[in-house]
Design a protein around this ligand. Structure first.
Ligand code: ADP
Ligand code: GLC
Length: 486
């Protein structure tokens, strides 16, 4: 068998077309890394109305057909729009009934039918286009039904010979609804609605659970999270199910696209820099950031950034609780994020009472994110749980020191600074406690203000650290080969 492996990526978001978080980054970067390792990759995602016109205008219509879906055999239109970017082919599944909403995710009642349709349509499109992959790599619950449909409705069709990998990016989201609603929309037979597959409890069915049962392999985005999700605290109700399937579960840590995130070539930065110019140029980026955000312009201030979905996952209750304590006359805080109104409101409040010292930018803003990664000294990621986390990787690439809680991928990617040996990449804490978070921030300040030489060495160490996809893409490739040759 040739080493040239065909892989179909199926997922609900992909940068630059649509991105709400790290899943969008991975769906963009991993295929690009794989094609450099002799894979042929196609990415399948919904043709959402909110995809910007500048991308839509380059898409080409590749055909359409009608597909049955529900228990009563209702049929739906499936259109295929295609575009190619840097050697990766993107196929968008078009259906106005499902994808004409403002946002990709609108609430489970609508999202469950939407992603039942999407999962089944993606397989039907593969047959329609006569492009049969060796491996179908599905991402999160929205593509969770792909392995189930593949082994049932599509078993005797050409695509039926493909093998599946299902990656858990975040177990918090699972696609759970009442059994009748799920039975109706999937149109799948009754025998699947028992505990080993769909059944969650007496009333509910779970799409992710079913996909995990039927996938040939399960991966998640760090080795630590692969262990954590087999425990009650992190398992989100699926820990026993995952322990049962643990022989096919593996953690492969995420990387970032080091071309997309490159301070030496980043056109969104006021000043670009590489390792040789970072220490000076980051100060210029800091001043530009302070000026843009209405903070006191002073390159000697310690600037702590936070770029995040504003949800409980990200440890923001801790940040809230210590907000005033982490500030001092020489420290500034910049927050970029949207989400839970509770956090949006409290961060706005802290800005209003700390004018010139704090900026809470409650928006999703790609360009500003780049400028914060470059212009901050440290980036705060104190998550309650974090499957991998990309912001700490981007920060290191930009010479910005991460302050993280040791959980999931944060634990696997940030080595704690050791003052004895002068090694490490950032400041970490273990227990989910305000005093621990504050302790880590204080240690970072101590090094920044009292031993700038060592601080600068850490900046350069972080910039030199390999955070690319290279290694992890190889591990995925090995997994694909194993499945292909099995
Ligand atoms: P998650 O997927 O849980 O949201 P990750 O750390 O894996 O967390 O990925 C977050 C991604 O989203 C990063 O690329 C980060 O820069 C980006 N991001 C998060 N919030 C914003 C925002 N408000 N504006 C711009 N980019 C954001
Ligand atoms: C999820 C996780 C995040 C991870 C991302 C990409 O959204 O919350 O930790 O980095 O997926 O895998």
């Amino acid at each position: 068998m040739s080493d040239f492996t065909k892989v179909a990526f199926i997922g609900s978001e992909c940068y630059p077309f649509i991105k709400t978080g790290g899943l969008g980054d991975v769906m963009y970067a991993l295929p690009r890394a794989l094609i450099r390792q002799d894979c042929e990759v196609r990415v399948f995602m919904p043709y959402y109305k909110c995809i910007p016109e500048k991308y839509k205008k380059d898409m080409v219509y590749r055909g359409s057909f009608m597909m049955d879906l529900c228990l009563d055999g209702r049929t739906f239109y499936v259109g295929i729009m295609e575009t190619v970017v840097d050697g990766v082919i993107y196929d968008f599944i078009d259906n106005r009934e499902f994808f004409d909403w403002g946002n990709p995710y609108t609430g489970l009642w609508e999202d469950i039918p939407k992603y039942c349709y999407f999962s089944k349509a993606a397989l039907a499109v593969l047959n329609y286009m006569e492009w049969i992959p060796d491996v179908i790599h599905c991402h999160d619950w929205q593509a969770g039904l792909v392995p189930v449909y593949l082994r049932t409705r599509f078993a005797d069709t050409p695509v039926g010979r493909a093998r599946t990998v299902l990656t858990i990016h975040n177990l918090r989201f699972q696609g759970i609804c009442g059994i009748p609603h799920m039975k109706y929309w999937t149109g799948l037979p009754d025998y699947l609605f028992d505990y080993p597959v769909f059944k969650q409890n007496d009333d509910d069915a779970n799409m992710f659970k079913a996909g995990l049962a039927y996938a040939d392999r399960i991966t998640t985005v760090s080795a630590t999270y692969a262990q954590e999700i087999q425990t009650t605290f992190f398992g989100e109700g699926l820990n026993d199910h995952l322990s049962y399937h643990s022989t096919k579960l593996k953690g492969i840590v995420n990387g970032i696209d080091v071309e997309q995130w490159d301070p030496a070539r980043d056109s969104l930065l006021p000043e670009r820099y590489d390792a040789s110019s970072a220490i000076a140029q980051k100060k210029a980026d800091k001043r530009a950031l302070q000026e843009k955000l209405g903070l006191e312009v002073d390159e000697n201030k310690y600037v702590i950034g936070l770029i995040s979905r504003l949800t409980d996952q990200k440890g923001l209750d801790l940040v809230n609780a210590i907000f005033q304590d982490m500030l001092d006359d020489n420290t500034q805080v910049v927050i970029l994020g949207t989400g839970d109104p509770r956090y949006e409101g409290s961060f706005r409040y802290y800005e209003s009472v700390n004018k010139g010292k704090v900026c809470a930018y409650i928006q999703y803003n790609e360009a500003l994110a780049h400028q914060i990664y470059a212009g901050s000294d440290a980036l705060l990621v104190p998550s309650l749980f974090e499957p991998c986390g990309l912001t700490q990787l981007i920060a290191m690439r930009y010479g910005t020191v991460p302050i993280v809680r040791e959980t999931g991928g944060l634990k696997d990617t940030v080595k704690a600074y050791n003052p004895e040996t002068n090694e490490g990449n950032g400041f970490t804490f273990v227990d989910y406690m305000t005093s621990e978070l504050l302790g880590a921030i204080d240690r970072s300040k101590d090094l920044y203000f009292n031993d700038r030489g060592r601080w600068d060495e850490m900046v350069l160490r972080d910039m030199a650290k390999d955070v690319s996809w290279e290694n992890s893409a190889k591990q995925y490739l090995d997994l694909y080969h194993e499945l292909k040759n099995a």
